[in-house]
Design a protein around this ligand. Structure first.
Ligand code: GRF
Length: 184
């Protein structure tokens, strides 16, 4: 599969995925990184010599994805809503920093999730990769990795621990799609 990784922020998940290039762990390749803004995470594209595309315009994004023969989108901390047209045309995997269905749905992202997890004194948290469909809550879970947070109650500690765990998710979600011979 030809992959586009979409980011809006620091891109540590992107970096973790690009690091795997050296190991030949995946048959698929990240051929381009897309962002809606000049995100810090785009720095990794220079390090790994991967193309970058910065645009807020759906038509422009679709043109770029076609040009690169992209057939899988990995959303790794990408904030804007994805257009229905793109959802219907391509397979999209989103990485979410909670053990869905817990702490999912409208408004559940980043720091807010970790605050809630901490306030609710959860003993475990983690991250989930799921296939995106038109309904925000209609998750088709590909894989989850959980982390024991029973000794870490601050939201910062939880966030760090979850992010560390999350870094293993994109590569294993893609591996799973490869093993299932997932095509669209
Ligand atoms: C991750 O927690 C991701 O799950 C969330 O935003 C964060 C992105 O981190 N949606 P990074 O940009 O990969 O460092």
């Amino acid at each position: 599969m030809n992959i586009v990784v979409s980011i809006s922020g620091t891109g540590t998940n992107l970096k973790a995925l690009l690091d795997v290039k050296k190991e030949n762990y995946l048959k698929s390749d990240t051929v381009v990184v897309a962002s809606n803004k000049n995100a810090v995470g785009l720095d990794s594209t220079r390090e790994f010599n991967v193309g970058a595309s910065v645009s807020k315009d759906n038509e422009e994004i679709i043109k770029c994805l076609r040009l690169k023969n992209v057939n899988l989108i990995v959303l790794a901390g990408f904030l804007p809503k994805i257009s229905k047209r793109i959802i219907n045309e391509l397979t999209i995997v989103n990485i979410h920093p909670s053990l869905l269905p817990k702490y999912g749905g409208e408004g559940c992202c980043g720091t807010y999730i970790h605050e809630k997890v901490s306030a609710n004194k959860e003993k475990a948290s983690g991250a989930t990769a799921y296939l995106v469909s038109e309904e925000l809550d209609d998750e088709d879970i590909l894989l989850q990795k959980s982390v024991d947070i029973s000794d870490r109650r601050s939201e910062d500690g939880i966030a760090k621990e979850v992010l560390r765990t999350e870094h293993g998710i994109p590569k294993d979600a893609i591996k799973k799609l490869e093993e299932d011979s997932y095509t669209r």
